[in-house]
Design a protein around this ligand. Structure first.
Ligand SMILES: Nc1ncnc2c1ncn2[C@@H]1O[C@H](COP(=O)(O)OP(=O)(O)OP(=O)(O)O)[C@@H](O)[C@H]1O
Ligand SMILES: [Mg+2]
Length: 270
């Protein structure tokens, strides 16, 4: 059995691929790289009654991977380039060979997969970490359930400058409810709910636009969304607007937060 471990900037994920192809997944909060890797390995083996002897190799990726030595508990360790892992994981979870992936983690990475060729298209520092950082300061909230709950009753009109504020009608494909400037009309009366929605809206619009440009430049009309940022109901509905405006469909595969770990586990090329 191969274990894929993704030591991300915020969370560490592990996936065990059993001989019959089935998978087990576990997640932990990231500590230092070594504690995260050994902790997640302990968790996945103990919770699932896996014997260490059953593990033939550990494939490690993510920002913390370089801190891990050549073996853990005597099991050989192989490093997988994170972009390759995201590409392989996204290809496997989506079942498609030619895709653009927006991996929304602490930051956001855009990966292009063209069959066997996986390349780093680009990215942005705007991601889950941005939502968390702004929410801490502006809303005094530091967990996603609260951010989403607040945002679900927020009104963007109290924070964003909308197309309807500057034009009498839709402008081309820009509907009048679309943002013209994020935070561009912030009112003294904006509530925490309004601000929570505006933070999510800004982050997912930036990511949505960037990924749409990437997809369009390759004549594709879908983007596969991965990373923990794919698990956000409000983010999903903001990204759904890109289908209405640009004909780009954002897809959210099951287990997408494990994409990078899955891709690492699937990489036998090293
Ligand atoms: N429901 C959610 N919606 C959006 N972001 C979320 C959600 N839950 C957690 N996050 C944020 O996602 C980030 C962690 O995501 P993930 O585990 O995919 O990243 P990572 O692998 O640790 O980071 P990176 O890949 O950037 O090194 C954190 O910033 C966290 O605040
Ligand atoms: Mg990651």
């Amino acid at each position: 059995m191969i274990i894929g471990i993704d030591i991300g900037s915020t969370t560490t994920k592990a996936v065990a691929v059993k001989n019959d192809g089935s998978m087990i997944r576990v997640k932990t909060k990231g500590l230092d790289a070594l504690t995260s890797a050994s902790g997640v390995l302990g968790k996945i083996t103990m919770e699932n009654n896996i014997n260490i002897e059953e593990i033939s190799g550990i494939n490690i990726t993510g920002v913390g991977a370089e801190k891990i030595s050549a073996s853990i508990f005597g099991i050989p360790v192989r490093k997988v380039v994170e972009f390759t892992a995201i590409g392989m994981g996204g290809r496997s979870l989506s079942g498609q060979d030619k895709i653009i992936i927006a991996n929304i983690g602490t930051g956001t990475v855009i990966i292009e997969v063209d069959n066997e060729k996986i390349s780093h298209f680009g990215g942005t520092g705007v991601g889950g970490g941005t939502i968390m950082g702004l929410s801490k300061k502006m809303l005094q909230v530091d967990n996603f359930d609260s951010i989403i709950e607040l945002a679900s009753s927020g009104d963007l009109k109290n924070v964003d400058l909308l197309i309807e504020d500057i034009a009498d009608t839709d402008i081309g494909y820009l509907y009048k409810e679309v943002t013209a400037a994020n935070f561009g009309k912030i009112s003294d009366n904006a509530s925490r709910e309004d601000l929570a929605l505006a933070i999510l809206n800004m982050v997912y619009q930036v990511i949505g636009m960037l990924a749409s440009f990437a997809a369009r430049s390759r004549n594709l009309n879908t983007v596969i969304v991965t990373g923990n940022g794919s698990n956000n109901p409000i983010g999903k509905s903001i990204l759904a607007e890109f289908n209405r405006m640009f004909g780009i469909a954002f897809e959210f595969p099951e287990y997408a937060e494990y994409t990078t770990a899955i891709g690492a586990a699937l990489d036998f090329t090293g």
